[in-house]
Design a protein around this ligand. Structure first.
Ligand SMILES: CC(C)(COP(=O)(O)OP(=O)(O)OC[C@H]1O[C@@H](n2cnc3c(N)ncnc32)[C@H](O)[C@@H]1OP(=O)(O)O)[C@@H](O)C(=O)NCCC(=O)NCCS
Length: 223
């Protein structure tokens, strides 16, 4: 892999940063789709509808078509939900990255640059609430360009956030990720993060919630 540097975000990075974030999130759709398929309600519909179709029509072809139709419909709906999340992110903190992350000393945004190309991004900002009475930073917007993955770049970016949080006198770092993002879990757990609790991202009345894992890394006073 070509060498890379981690540096602070600059205004001319704006477009690439937003693109890297969007692509990373949309690539995760396939990971995040599987837990949805395992929900009891979804399994029941996926068994019940094709069964009803075969009873009604006596046609195996129609039965299979109904199954693929359901699968495609659910996939497109789920992709739409993730696209909506990306759209919201691009129109909130990622709209004016300079203002959101670089206007005070308590937040920051970094890019990994290799041969004048941005190949990784990460941000940090104060967590919204105190955690166990302590002040934590929140790690956000981690994404690595596909061709640069699996080579330790995410770990380097996360270490940058950990160092920043320590330097600013914080008690640790927290973050959120989806339950099925195994590469991200691996990165965080190898750097001392532990899963503190689970919440849900609301999808709709039928699908319910997508499970969101909350990770936490606590700095010991001596660290
Ligand atoms: C998650 C992500 C940032 C990881 O970036 P990366 O540079 O590839 O990460 P690293 O190389 O530092 O480490 C990846 C680890 O995941 C492991 N991994 C890769 N695919 C895996 C899989 N399917 N299941 C389990 N582990 C996996 C790698 O083996 C590696 O661990 P190891 O070094 O112990 O072997 C990258 O996949 C990405 O940008 N994804 C899209 C955006 C995203 O999900 N961001 C995180 C939001 S919380």
């Amino acid at each position: 892999m070509a060498p890379y540097d981690i540096r602070r975000y600059q205004d001319h990075d704006w477009e690439t940063v937003r693109e890297l974030f969007s692509k990373g999130m949309l690539e995760n759709v396939s990971y995040d789709f599987w837990p949805i398929l395992k929900k009891t309600r979804v399994i029941l519909v996926f068994l019940g509808v094709p069964f009803a179709v075969v009873l009604w029509s006596g046609s195996l072809v129609l039965c299979l078509l109904s199954l693929f139709g359901l699968l495609a419909g659910l996939w497109l709906y789920f992709r739409h939900v993730i696209k909506q999340y990306v759209y919201n992110s691009l129109n909130t903190d990622l709209l004016d990255i300079q203002k959101s992350f670089l206007s005070g000393r308590d937040s920051s945004f970094w890019v990994a640059e290799s041969e004048h190309q941005i190949v990784g991004i990460i941000g940090a900002r104060p967590a919204k609430t105190l955690i166990g009475g302590g002040k934590y930073q929140e790690l956000v917007r981690l994404s690595v360009k596909r061709s640069f993955r699996g080579k330790g770049m995410a770990r380097t970016l996360v270490r940058t956030v950990l160092q920043f949080a320590r330097d600013q006198g914080y008690d640790g770092v927290v973050l959120e990720t989806t339950c099925s993002n195994h590469p991200a879990h691996r990165v965080y757990e190898s750097l001392g993060f532990w899963k503190s609790h689970e919440t849900g991202y609301y999808l709709n009345w039928w699908l319910g919630f997508l499970s969101v894992w909350h990770y936490q890394c606590d700095f010991s006073p001596q660290a």
